[in-house]
Design a protein around this ligand. Structure first.
Ligand code: FAD
Ligand code: DHB
Length: 400
């Protein structure tokens, strides 16, 4: 490799999703150098419609990092959520149950846009359309990332690699066989998600239990509604023309005195539901964060928030190491993160199990259990508090 194709940095970050971008910004603010390598182009990354619910802790961090100006202006703060079942709505008041905490609705792609703008403004390196990224030397103290950019083979030498490259990335598979233990649960259903140009039909999110399957009403702005329907995990979107989607949503959300507003559908996609954790979240000079090392099923909206929580721990550990040589926080990175990861896994599994129609539930046994659980959550302050404090984000997790 010629000298001009070899560069050096302190932290080589793979992936410009929320995890990689938040990490890059936190390191930049503390004077630690990094280079972010992203496989896709900027428009693709900024246009990818995914998460929308930010926990208070995520919002506070983005504001502290100086990327919260538009979020605070445009984000929709919610202090409760509706659980709908048996055709009736029940509100869970987050603020009353959690000392005034709530969530903010602000699209993941807006968070990503704000972070990319901040990175470019700071003049910190972020390369898009990078091909064939390959972590090397993670067992040594001189790891590197080989990649191709603009038709040139390149090498980025670094002190540590941050694998923030999502579930299908290259960093987790770069860990030698036998080091990681992966635990997984695949759910026998998926979500069909749409974005519609119509004002939301409710001021708050609605999680809806129905004999035909789960449905979720969310939003992105006063003019954009986000809706999800439980579907087959491998559902062919071609089987769902717009009219069928609205018809099904109308049936599942039916509730006296309430109606679902319809509008042009501008985005559609199917997401499978999966729980996955690989442990430990580090090996040698490779640290993994976000979807690269754990996936939660979407019910409960924890994925983006967990990715941000991981890199907050990682940034603190790296800053300490670079500034003092003290490795203690770095060595306990995985252990520190896993308490929160498993707490979020449990919450996401619980919400998913409570709301989705199980395909093998022929006599409705599971559905009756779900209704009993939902009745309890909506009638017991203790049970409602369990949902509320997990939903807005646990402040402290033991081991975390
Ligand atoms: P990603 O966002 O996947 O980013 C990884 C990046 O790495 C990508 O930009 C990718 O292009 C890049 N990359 C991959 N491979 C390579 C490679 N080889 N080389 C270089 N770059 C690479 N979470 C919530 O908290 N709240 C929600 O409301 C919510 N709703 C969701 C709804 C849907 C429909 C979906 C699909 C997900 C939802 N999630 C939600 C989950 C959330 O979107 C993810 O958990 C989050 O994107 C994780 O961020 P990340 O940075 O770890 O990974
Ligand atoms: C959204 C996504 C979720 O997974 C969820 O539980 C709530 C809202 C959303 O995209 O708005």
């Amino acid at each position: 490799m010629s000298a001009e194709n070899t560069t050096r940095t302190q932290v080589g970050i793979v992936g410009a999703g929320p995890a990689g971008l938040v990490l890059g910004q936190l390191l930049h603010l503390q004077g630690v150098e990094s280079v972010i390598l992203e496989a896709r182009d900027r428009d693709y990354v900024e246009g990818r419609v995914r998460a929308g619910v930010l926990e208070q802790g995520t919002v506070d961090l983005l504001v502290e990092m100086g990327v919260g100006e538009r979020l605070q202006r445009e984000g929709l703060v919610h202090h409760g959520v509706e659980l709908r079942f048996g055709g009736r709505g029940h509100r869970i008041p987050f603020d009353e149950l959690t000392d005034g905490r709530g969530i903010t609705i602000y699209g993941q792609q807006e968070v990503v846009k704000d972070l990319i703008a901040a990175r470019l403004e700071a003049g910190a390196p972020l390369l898009f359309e990078v091909e064939d990224v390959m972590p090397e030397g993670i067992d040594s103290d001189q790891p590197s990332l080989r990649y191709r950019h603009d038709g040139q083979e390149r090498e980025l030498r670094c002190d540590v690699i941050a694998g923030c490259d999502g579930f299908h990335g290259v960093c987790r598979p770069a860990v030698p066989d036998g080091v990681l233990t992966a635990r997984e649960h695949i759910y026998p259903f998926g979500w069909l998600g749409i974005l519609a140009e119509v004002e939301p039909s409710s001021d708050e999110l609605i999680y809806c239990h129905h004999d035909r399957g789960f449905a979720l009403h969310s939003m992105r702005s006063p003019q954009l509604t986000r809706l999800y329907l439980q579907c087959e995990p491998d559902e062919d979107i071609a089987n769902w023309p717009d009219e069928r989607i609205w018809e099904e949503l109308q049936i599942r959300f039916e509730c006296e005195g309430w109606s679902l507003k319809e509008g042009p559908i501008v985005e559609k996609g199917v997401t499978p539901m999966r729980s996955f954790v690989a442990e430990p979240m580090q090996h040698g000079r490779l640290l993994l964060a976000g979807d690269a090392v754990h996936i939660v099923p979407a019910t409960g909206a924890k994925g983006l928030n967990l990715a941000v929580a991981d890199v907050r721990v990682m940034a603190e550990a790296l800053v300490k190491w670079f500034s003092t040589g003290d490795e203690t926080l770095l060595q306990s990175y995985s252990e520190t993160c896993l308490g929160r990861v498993w707490a979020a896994q449990h919450f996401a599994w619980w919400m998913t199990t409570m709301f989705h129609r199980h395909p093998s539930d022929e006599d409705g046994f599971m559905a009756r259990l779900q209704r009993a659980q939902l009745d309890y959550v909506c009638s017991s302050r203790a049970a409602a508090t369990t949902l509320a404090e997990n939903y807005v984000g646990l402040k402290k997790v033991s081991g975390g």
